[in-house]
Design a protein around this ligand. Structure first.
Ligand SMILES: C[S@@+](CC[C@H](N)C(=O)[O-])C[C@H]1O[C@@H](n2cnc3c(N)ncnc32)[C@H](O)[C@@H]1O
Length: 276
């Protein structure tokens, strides 16, 4: 595994906080008895297995580009309940599942897929009639955690090599863009944004918890470019900035995190609140 690869153990450190938006997303999915459910960018599989528990009769497929994440998912799925597929979202063909997809979930993944605004309509159009598309992406690229990462990278001797990995994460659009994109396809669209005030536990001499959080996600492209000494220096520089931006307090560190959600249901039946 390279340093830029996904590390399921590091990712799992904050699994409680990371699971909350998934729960909030799925709460808006009104699908009583789907036959085929796909989790695109399923990661280590714990949340995908939650889909299998919610819909025990459904065939559930987890797709991810990371062999490390899928290995962890297979370990968790002792009963072989889910079909785990190694594929990049860019190359995933809904038709390859053999049946029309009733529920397509993609949680905290499309920020890694710069072409997703072109792909989402093709996925929605391939859904079964009455099918649901549900996505969630982080909208925190202007937050101190990410701005400071870019600033430390910009003053680094290898700034030019670090930039592409950091810029890729800007692929996320604003909520209105997702709403308009989906409303072109179906009138039953629900888009919203939530800021979670995560309280991250900390110890006086322990690593800064925001650093530990981004180590599992957004910092990977940087760490993958640098050698061991450079990585240590980068992390020390970045950690100093984080200590100021997210101070340690008696209860821990407050880490506000904004996320964008979109749910679209095909077939034209409105499932939300009736206007007026
Ligand atoms: C932040 S994790 C989210 C995992 C899971 N959905 C969750 O909510 O915990 C992002 C996942 O997207 C996967 N990923 C990144 N780029 C991808 C791509 N182009 N195609 C498919 N999966 C991708 C990663 O391997 C990783 O498992």
């Amino acid at each position: 595994m390279t340093d830029s690869a996904w590390d399921p153990r590091q990712y799992a450190v904050f699994s409680g906080h990371r699971g909350r938006p998934f729960t909030d997303l799925l709460a808006r999915v009104d699908a009583p008895a789907p036959r085929l459910v796909v989790d695109l960018g399923c990661g280590p599989g714990d949340l995908t297995l939650g889909l299998a528990r919610r819909w025990p009769q459904a065939r559930v497929v987890g797709v991810d580009s990371s062999p490390e994440m899928l290995q962890r998912a297979r370990e968790l799925d002792a009963e072989g309940r889910v079909e785990w597929v190694e594929r990049r979202a860019e190359e995933w063909d809904p038709a390859a599942t053999g049946d029309p997809v009733d529920v397509l979930v993609t949680n905290a993944t499309l920020q890694w897929v710069p072409t997703h605004l072109r792909l989402v309509p093709t996925w929605v159009q391939a859904l079964a009639p009455g099918g649901t598309f549900a996505m969630q992406v982080p909208s925190n690229f202007e937050a101190p955690s990410h701005r400071l990462m870019r600033e430390v990278a910009a003053r680094h001797a290898r700034a030019e090599e670090l930039r592409p990995g950091l810029e890729r994460a800007r692929a996320v659009a604003d909520p209105q863009t997702y709403a308009a994109l989906l409303l072109e396809l179906t009138p039953d669209v629900d888009v919203w944004q939530t800021t979670y005030e995560h309280v991250l536990a900390t110890t006086p001499d322990g690593p800064h918890p925001v650093l530990e959080w981004v180590r599992g996600t957004g910092l990977r492209p940087v760490l993958g470019v640098l050698d061991a000494d450079e990585r240590d220096a980068f992390v020390a520089d970045y950690a100093r900035e984080l200590e100021t931006a997210y101070p340690r307090r008696s209860f821990g560190v407050l880490f506000p995190f904004t996320r964008t959600f979109a749910v679209a249901r095909t077939g034209g039946r409105r499932s939300g609140v009736v206007d007026g």
